[in-house]
Design a protein around this ligand. Sequence first.
Ligand SMILES: Nc1nc2c(c(=O)[nH]1)N[C@H]1C(S)=C(S)[C@@H](COP(=O)(O)OP(=O)(O)OC[C@H]3O[C@@H](n4cnc5c(=O)[nH]c(N)nc54)[C@H](O)[C@@H]3O)O[C@H]1N2
Ligand SMILES: Nc1nc2c(c(=O)[nH]1)N[C@H]1C(S)=C(S)[C@@H](COP(=O)(O)OP(=O)(O)OC[C@H]3O[C@@H](n4cnc5c(=O)[nH]c(N)nc54)[C@H](O)[C@@H]3O)O[C@H]1N2
Ligand SMILES: [Mo]
Length: 757
Amino acid sequence: MATNDKTVEYHGPTGGWGSLEGVSRIFGKEWNSPTALETLLRQNKPGGFMCVSCSWAKPADYHNFEFCENGAKATLWELTTHRCTPAFFAKHTVSELRRWDDHDLEQEGRLTHPLRYDPATDHYVPCDWDEAFAAIGAELKALDPKSVIFYASGRASLETSYLYALFARLYGNNNLPDSSNMCHETTSVALTKLIGVGVGTVIYDDLAKSDAIFFFGQNPGTNSPRFLHPLQDAAKRGCEIITFNPVRERGLEVFINPQSPIEMLTGKETRISSQYHQVRPGGDIAAILGICKHVFASDDEAQKQGKRVLDTSFIEQHTHGFEAFEAKVRATSWEDIERESGLPRSDIEAAGRVYVKAERVTAFYGMGLTQHVHGFENVALVLNMLLLRGNIGREGTGISPVRGHSNVQGQRTVGIGEKPEEVPLDKLAAQFGFEPPREKGMNTVAACEGIISGEVKAFIGLGGNFVRAIPERDLMEEKWTDLRLTVQVATKLNRSHLVNGKIAYLLPCLGRTEQDLQASGPQAVSMEDTFSHIVGSLAKRKPASEHLRSEIAIIVGLAKATLAPNPKVPWDAWLGDYKQIRATIAETYPDIFKGYERRMWKPGGFYKGNKARERIWNTESGKAEFTTPDMLTAVNFDDAVGRYRLITMRSNDQFNTTIYGFSDRLRGIEGTRQVLLMNPDDIEQAGLQQGQMVSLISDAGDGVHRQVGPLKVTPFRLPNGCIGSYYPEMNPLIPLAHHDIHSQTPAAKGVPVRIIV
Ligand SMILES: Nc1nc2c(c(=O)[nH]1)N[C@H]1C(S)=C(S)[C@@H](COP(=O)(O)OP(=O)(O)OC[C@H]3O[C@@H](n4cnc5c(=O)[nH]c(N)nc54)[C@H](O)[C@@H]3O)O[C@H]1N2
Ligand SMILES: Nc1nc2c(c(=O)[nH]1)N[C@H]1C(S)=C(S)[C@@H](COP(=O)(O)OP(=O)(O)OC[C@H]3O[C@@H](n4cnc5c(=O)[nH]c(N)nc54)[C@H](O)[C@@H]3O)O[C@H]1N2
Ligand SMILES: [Mo]
């Protein structure tokens, strides 16, 4: 693969002064205010509030500054002094605001008043909370419950999520899609089937005990920067970090700890990855199969000396499907592996040697594996690799999806989800004296299909920016306005609020940094991190507006206006004192939430537990499952001249659809997001010039015209045949049907496209 002087890249470290500049550039004013600093100092600490950004651990042994560049941005974004008031909505029609970009919309600041869409004037106008609840309740009562969607983004606390899911079920459906459906649903489906739990088996302390860490398609430098601290510690003590990623992500190359005065002053950086393999998008199945091939070859050699590389007793006692997988690996040629992974055999063998040598291996992964048509197999192959040497269920080993939103994993724990079998419905029936709906609800893709077909009539959004985050955006936006009712609970204005249904309400809520005062006093909430630890969060800041309500208050208002009174469902008591919600959660899930109220304040929170970590496998076979893949690539299309694999990327200056600014500092891309990142060889072969403006069109072969542009051709170190551009701008190019087969997670990392000039 070519690299030459022309490629755009960043040569500095992750962390370092750049990270502080990154924060202060955007938040000059807010960053300097003493109350902002005070708030930041309480972030992720016992007794403080938990970061609103990612779901990385809140370690018991915390740093003085337990926040990172992007956690600080997320917090400051919520603390902004800007306000998006009724005066703003009086000035701009909704049609006008639809032409604004994502960055400018959120830049208007925090929403301050409940708003109703007025179709006569095309403006959002202020309304009373009671008026909003009554009108929404009346609509919901008139609709068929099966036609209503209750979406949740992943920020809502455990308490909020529990009540929200209960509201949907009391109302009469399991239509509870969440952002996880676009994210780690692949993980939930694959790991549940293969090891019997839908979450990772690693905990924070394992990081300090691994001899080797394998990294697939996750970008900690931008998306979970506090992860760089334990990674730096690991690298310093000689733990090998082996990375597979088509993009050379700076955070996986070098790091300067911005919280270390010595490192900051001397500029001493730590190398993070000991090997960096620029796999083709979708090439991980082949690459991991290659590692496994090396493991079998090493085992063959070892046997000559009477030793084993495979953990045969683990395989025998704890796994199922080994023989078929072994046969597949042995039958697959290096030639096929090299072609599909895009990596030379020698590189894969080098990774294999580290794997074989290490006593304890952990594997981390993110969207680079889950957002593919064969994302299930991607995850399954990582697991296969670990199973070969018993690298699961021992300290310092295991499989670890790195989750996104700060409570996305926890929402599932307390009932958000469309799959009735994952919820203790009998328990809920007994607790609340009702017959819960038993049939499967709609996930994100099904909800989109329902909106397109007209089957879905109403959409309630608990946070998030659904219309912007989903695939097939152009068609979805067109159909969205046919909805009878849209209700959005939000902190800031975004595009989903402007593509509204016939009747539409925008309900502003408190953020997690703001004091939530109810009848019994200030209220705390709790969340679950990516390592399944449940932590309390208490906020102290004055709310952005006196008209805001907590998400819980809004759910209670909606539920009371919609549902018939039920003495077993004490909405008012719950709202008055969130401890009572926690007590109710503990009744529904006694095994997980024993001692909830006390234990959530323990530094680092309390562990939910994980059977697979104890080598108890709640799977069909009662064992951990090897998967034998039918394919060597995670994409579902062939290579062809002019067809590219598009990966949709996050910049260092965004949180999902929230665009903080236009500096993707760690990749050297500044000032614009309208770029097409491309290998210099590919640019030349396609007859393009650096800086030329082009468009992308869909090449999914389904006859639908999808187009995005103009984009500036920008040379970038990527594998041949792979191009990159930003999410969410690229979402119109992703067909709704282009998703992981098993979980329906949109395949946003392997989108077939062509370039047009
Ligand atoms: N600052 C910030 N933090 C965030 C977010 C944010 O937007 N901004 N989003 C949050 C959310 S909801 C989530 S889910 C997480 C997302 O965090 P990540 O899981 O890190 O997601 P991405 O950045 O989308 O992609 C991860 C990496 O996959 C690589 N990749 C693409 N295709 C492939 C492939 O085929 N194989 C391999 N091996 N790698 C590939 C990309 O180059 C990229 O480095 O972060 C969370 N944290
Ligand atoms: N092409 C492509 N598409 C993707 C992805 C990708 O990598 N590529 N990633 C996917 C992933 S991993 C995810 S998780 C989804 C993200 O999908 P979502 O979770 O739906 O989107 P976000 O951008 O995180 O939502 C941001 C909005 O949430 C609201 N908000 C912020 N804080 C709060 C709060 O405390 N309460 C409430 N009620 N509202 C709040 C604000 O109004 C803000 O505008 O996108 C998915 N889409
Ligand atoms: Mo996510």
